[in-house]
Design a binder for this molecule. Structure first.
Ligand SMILES: Cc1cc2nc3c(=O)[nH]c(=O)nc-3n(C[C@H](O)[C@H](O)[C@H](O)COP(=O)(O)OP(=O)(O)OC[C@H]3O[C@@H](n4cnc5c(N)ncnc54)[C@H](O)[C@@H]3O)c2cc1C
Length: 404
């Protein structure tokens, strides 16, 4: 029997791999090789099961890392990409784009059905352990088979959320094909802080403006819900800060402005102190914050206890409380591990990538998704990058095999 050689083998059946399959299978014989029993497991967990698939407002400032990689992709519109597959989308007030069904499985189904109807072959339960070139042909080894192809799209993702198939083996495969990989970090994840500072607040959520301070300089501020976890700060604002904090652990802190929409906090707290003069200090801030947060702020006054009458406070005390309300500091002592991260920061650098996301190290190799050194903030930017880069890599690989 004649040995089957695929035009394109796509390593990884996640967001970028399935998009690559949809764009490549229109003109080439494609195999998607996935280590898990089914493709797209991570897609199903995105956006809390609703899949925030893109954003109406995207530019390079929504990304961190080698943002010039975006210039190496083809023109792309995520809404149009999915609408061509019959998936209706909707955009919320903040610009986040979701499937109309608000169900991530609709997105996965659209990709799977389209790739399948174009003839792409899914080879699941097959972890790629080795790829090498024999002449012009790529040989792809899994534990129990060998698959051959004329081109390869490496779409095996990063190291975040290893239970969803991504254990960093994409980086190892890129290295084995001659690429380097920058230092990688868990990103879009809680930030660890001094356990004593959050112990009394554990389980609470506050509305705050969270700023990342690196070497004394404010670098990024995000406003929204912040959660106090076990020895960590969490929530979407913190996830965004984690992208910039990753390389500066030990040199950075998070500052929370707990009353971001009150400009004259001194007047507000002074007024509360007058109205509550007869109450104990432990009750001063309960009109503004959860009791435990108010009490934590009070700890900034060493000469005052929760039972001291509010009438004992002077302007110096109130000023000190206001400075904590506007700048509650948490030194960042560590990152979360990859199991809690939504993305990994770092990957194959842009200077090893050419037009159409082709590899400059191995002819016939194309790379896409999180294996490359680019990572977006929360808001649909990472999935947009996965679809965008996947479509480009799939299209370029198909053009490459047609031109051989
Ligand atoms: C919980 C969670 C929620 C998220 N929510 C959002 C969101 O709402 N919006 C957003 O924009 N981003 C979100 N993200 C991030 C987004 O899902 C990723 O950035 C995106 O999926 C990356 O696409 P990818 O194709 O590069 O990698 P992945 O989607 O991770 O796919 C890689 C695939 O390769 C397979 N694989 C790995 N190694 C091998 C191997 N050696 N052989 C064969 N197969 C292999 C894996 O099993 C996996 O299926 C979320 C991430 C997580 C973890």
């Amino acid at each position: 029997m004649e040995e089957q050689i695929f035009d394109i083998a796509i390593i990884g059946g996640g967001a970028s791999g399935l998009s690559a399959a949809v764009s490549a299978a229109k003109s080439a014989k494609v195999a998607v090789i996935e280590r898990l029993p089914r493709v797209g497991k991570k897609i199903l967990s995105t956006g809390n099961g609703r899949c925030n698939l893109s954003n109406a407002d995207i530019d390079k400032t929504c990304y961190y890392g080698d943002t010039e990689l975006i210039d190496m992709t083809r023109a792309f519109d995520a809404k149009e990409f999915f609408e061509q597959m019959g998936l209706v989308t909707k955009t919320d007030k903040s610009g986040r784009i979701y499937p109309y069904s608000m169900t991530a499985s609709s997105v996965l189904d659209a990709l799977r059905y389209t790739a399948d109807s174009l003839g792409a072959k899914f080879i699941c339960d097959s972890k790629v352990e080795k790829i090498y070139k024999s002449g012009d042909i790529f040989v792809i080894r899994t534990a129990d088979r060998e698959i051959k192809s004329r081109a390869v799209v490496l779409a095996a993702g990063g190291s975040a959320a290893p239970s969803m198939g991504t254990d960093g083996s994409g980086f190892a495969l890129a290295r084995s094909l001659g690429h380097s990989v920058t230092k990688t970090y868990p990103a879009l994840a809680p930030l660890r802080t001094d356990i004593k500072l959050v112990k009394a607040l554990k389980g609470l959520r506050v509305y705050a403006a969270a700023s990342l301070i690196i070497d004394g300089k404010k670098t990024l501020t995000r406003t929204g819900e912040v959660q106090f976890a076990d020895g960590a700060l969490s929530g979407i604002c913190i996830f965004d800060l984690s992208l910039l904090a990753a390389e500066y652990v030990g040199r950075c802190s998070v500052s929370l402005d707990l009353a971001p929409d009150i400009d004259d906090i001194f007047s507000a707290v002074s007024d509360m102190a007058k109205r509550r003069a007869a109450l104990p200090c432990g009750e001063l801030l309960t009109g503004l914050f959860h009791k435990r947060i108010g009490q934590q702020i009070m700890r900034a006054l060493p000469d005052i206890t929760d039972s001291t009458p509010i009438s004992a406070l002077n302007n110096r005390h109130i000023s000190k409380l206001c400075s904590v309300i506007k700048d509650m500091r948490f030194p960042i002592t560590g990152l979360s591990d990859y199991s809690l991260a939504q993305a990994s920061l770092g990957g194959v650098p842009a200077n090893e990538i050419g037009a159409g996301l082709s590899s400059k190290k191995a002819e016939g190799l194309f790379l896409c998704g999180e294996v490359l050194n680019i990572c977006g903030f929360c808001g649909g930017y990472n999935l947009d990058w996965a679809w965008r880069s996947g479509c480009t890599a799939g299209f370029s690989a198909a053009e490459y095999v047609m031109g051989i």
